[in-house]
Design a protein around this ligand. Structure first.
Ligand SMILES: *Cc1c(COP(=O)(O)O)cnc(C)c1O
Length: 374
């Protein structure tokens, strides 16, 4: 049997977790330094006040680098809001919908289904409506709407879709065609490939997958859409009030903001999102090849044309084999391969920070595992 490449070092495993996810060594080292003494201020970043000049600079640099990485157009504001992506499932409809309004949803997986369910609750509170215009649930979320499928163009406040379905392992190759303002949940693929920000009214992403640590959500929003939002909400729930105060309406998650800044700077140093996309395509291709060449030992959960480049979901013939797979992989230092608790199976999440060598090692392990357990 060919020897597997060893993990990067003996104390840290290779982490394929869906999120919170792996962070580049370089960024962790910067953070370690900064926790002790941030930028030579003599105060650690965890202890730095959110209205100090040191934190002014962190926020300024984070916003600047996020804009640069995402090529965020001038027409759009960048907000850094507390709470995870699911907080925005609630706040977005709460801010956007007025009585009689209609929000549309394309249901391509667990996260869009949850966003739809929460929007329906928020809509009911104000006499608005949430409608699902397409759902892949009957076909096990294996695929996205067929190319050329145009979402119902009836007058709508917005259309929500999820660019990368983290659990089911599918992604959109391009945003859906629709006349309504587009809202995108990009939590699992933000900055993992070029994405046309200018076609969107809102793109939001919880930070813990591709942009650092939990507790923060990036919201990129077209200024005119922001200005059209409700103005009668309690302060902390209001996107407009948060925007007016530069994302410092209250004490923001300062460390998560710092980490998002370090991640954005790291992506820029690596060559930006185009380089990330090239690496992610190679990593996922290596694992998909191991699935496709396994003569049915492994089966993917997504149809080939819609496969995600960052979350590769698959399973063996039995739950026992899935469990043996993740246990044997863990013994070799490859952890976090268990599928989502709602779906089971196996999932290799290979966000920006995962080195290409780790994907190659996993693919080699898959070949050896299939040969041993066939
Ligand atoms: C992980 C994930 C979420 C949930 O994020 P939280 O920050 O835990 O609320 C939502 N949407 C997508 C696409 C995700 O991958």
């Amino acid at each position: 049997m060919t020897a597997l490449a060893t993990p990067r070092n003996s104390t840290r495993h290779v982490n394929f977790a869906g999120g919170p996810a792996l962070i580049p060594d370089e960024v962790l080292q910067e953070a370690q330094e900064s926790i002790w003494n941030h930028a030579g201020t003599g105060v650690g970043i965890l202890e730095t006040g959110h209205r100090t000049s040191a934190f002014d600079l962190v926020l300024e640099e984070t916003l600047r680098d996020i804009r640069a990485v995402g090529q965020v157009p001038k027409s759009h504001d960048v907000l850094l809001l507390p709470g995870g992506a699911q907080m925005q499932f609630a706040l977005l409809p709460t801010n956007a919908l007025r009585p009689g309004d209609r929000a549309l949803f394309i249901d391509t997986g667990t996260w869009s289904a949850r966003a739809y369910a929460d929007a329906a609750r928020a809509a009911a509170l104000c006499g608005a409506h949430a409608e699902c215009v397409w759902s892949g649930s009957d076909t096990g979320y294996r695929q996205l709407p067929p190319a050329g499928h145009a979402a119902d163009a009836r007058v709508a406040r917005y259309l929500h879709y999820c660019s990368n379905n983290t659990i089911e392992g599918t992604h959109w190759a391009a945003p859906p065609a629709c006349a309504a303002p587009l809202v995108c949940d990009a939590t699992s693929d933000i900055f993992s490939r070029p994405w046309p920000m200018e076609q969107h009214a809102v793109i939001f992403a919880g930070a813990q997958k591709n942009l650092g640590i939990a507790g923060l959500t990036l919201v990129i929003i077209e200024r005119s859409f922001l200005q059209s939002m409700r103005d009668d909400l309690p302060l902390m729930m209001s996107w407009r009030r948060n925007a007016e105060q530069g994302s410092r309406l209250n004490t923001p998650p300062t460390f998560a903001i710092y980490m998002a800044g370090r991640m954005a700077a790291w992506i820029l140093r690596q060559g930006g999102v185009a380089e990330m996309a090239a690496r992610n395509a190679r990593k996922s291709a290596a694992v998909y090849q191991a699935i496709d060449q396994s003569a049915g030992f492994f089966s993917g959960t997504a149809d080939v044309q819609d496969r995600s480049a960052v979350n590769v979901s698959f399973r063996c013939a039995t739950k026992e084999l899935d469990a043996a797979f993740t246990a044997e992989a863990a013994a070799l230092g490859m952890v976090g391969l268990e599928g989502h608790r709602t779906s089971g199976g196996i999932r290799a999440s290979m966000y920006n920070a995962l080195p290409e060598s780790a994907a190659a090692t996993l693919a080699e392990f898959m070949r050896q595992f299939a040969a041993r357990h066939r």
